[in-house]
Design a protein around this ligand. Sequence first.
Ligand code: NDP
Length: 569
Amino acid sequence: MTAERSQEYYDEIKGRFAEERDLRLSYRPEGTSQFTSELTGDLERYAADPYIEEIVGREPIDDEVEVLFIGGGFSALLTAARLREVGVESIRIVERGGDVGGTWYWNRYPGVACDVIAYDYLPLLDEMGYVPTRHYAEGWEILDHCRAIARRYDLYELAVFQTTVSSTVWHEDQQLWHLTTDRGDSMRARFVICANGTLSKPKLAKIAGMESFTGHSFHTSRWDYEYTGANLENLHDKVVGIIGTGATAVQAIPNLAENAKELFVFQRTPSSIDIKNDWETDPEWAAKLKPGWQAKRRQKAMTAPPLSAMQVDERAAMSREEKIRRQENANIDYMMRIHRRIDEIVEDQATADALKPWYMFMCKRPCFHNEYLPSFNRPNVHLVDTHGKGITEIGSKGPIFEGTEYELDLLIYATGFEVQKTGIWNQIVGETGVELNEKYRDGVRTLLGIHSHGYPNLFIMGGYQASFNFNLTDVLQSQGDHIAACIDYVRRNGHTTIDVTFDAEEWWVQEVIAHRGKTSRNAECTPGYYNFEGEFNRRQDGNYNGGFPKYTGHMASVREQMDEHFSFT
Ligand code: NDP
């Protein structure tokens, strides 16, 4: 039991949160444009695929399929499985990487794992008859699962890898999408599903002089095992630096700490690190699971236990301000527990203090790890805390901070990914000749984050105006089920196209707006990708915040009244 704290105690901490946020905003008024994901020219090598032996030569493709997925990660795999179940034969995945897997194809850094419970995160466990080997799966197991899904549903048959779609144009006369790629292909498809991920494009902080660095460097999503060795054994005599301390860095750092001669961690804002309660799956428990166990588990997770009559009364009597105050105080209590844990683990007080996150829980993606904090007790690990400023200059030898140039052999960028621009990477031109990006210039417009008026037979997964859920595959699965049901509806009813009506789209835009910005919480957060690095953004240009159960409820009601929401030809 913690002692009852005075409101002054909480207000003081909130004050410190605000100071830390303002400090960061003052350093970076440019918001999201502090990063670049245009990895061309000098930066091209940061995007190159290190996991393939070579670019496999092939003739350009000129053909037609029924359903084409742009991207081969979980979005495509889940939806394709459902499409197979309703009898769709002709399915093609077009994927930039050398295999399916998406995030799990690219992110192979040492220590890569998912800290959403594996029995929830890995999709199609019932269908695949598979039980993950651990409570929290490692990256290799998830990638293997992706490959197994692709084999089980014959998705390799028409798949093309090492191929990036460059344009997707609707041809009204043929009622087909025409796609071109960087491999000279000319593909046609009845239905196109943008399944290119929510965090799929690596981004780099734009740091002055980064191209002058003479050591080796790469982004965490393009891990160069040829340089580091499969078990990082080549780093034993190397000085390594890593920029960034987000969820990726938190998983990679303990391994680097163990293997590098010296490790410099360049920190701008610390992550919150809680305990990771991990264990191997108990085979007896797994053997007892009944068919359909995962679906049941998902259903249960979505249904919150009902409030007692007393709780209902108590809430009704509470003012809105009081509810927010209580929530904030509970959040601060949690973050102070995170601080105490740092003090218990990290021996050097200055390092411990620098590792303490000063913001509300969930302003940044929370992390769970048992070896991250102890890594800072190793004599070869050095935290370079930049007090919110970040690394702004890199010399030929390494990053420069407060006049010191840190001489490195290897510099790793753990600077994250572009967020949720799925669906608008390539040039998507709809029925009126307008590019989707152009349509969105005055604000994102979709139904459920999936359909956009004027773009018939196009479906977007994991993008804006969809619900957010800590377990992303829940969102993707619900979207995949919905999309497969829509395509099935079109086929069964002898239609060729489906397009959301203007009115249905407008209804959803208003729903999104109504549920966003109800509190000032996001604006009060320290900058990060959850709040567009502190930039102002239109209320419609984000997630649907009405909650995941409500989101799936809306999907179901849309499907119950297809003619009210869509036009068909
Ligand atoms: P993030 O965007 O979360 O982190 C980028 C990091 O780079 C931040 O710490 C940022 O600091 C720092 N940074 C950026 N520019 C500079 C600079 N100039 N100098 C110093 N530091 C800088 O990317 P991640 O790849 O870590 O994670 C992306 C997402 O991927 C996660 O949020 C999560 O959703 C997912 N993920 C999930 C995992 C899991 O299941 N455990 C594991 C890995 C990733 P600042 O905070 O100040 O902006």
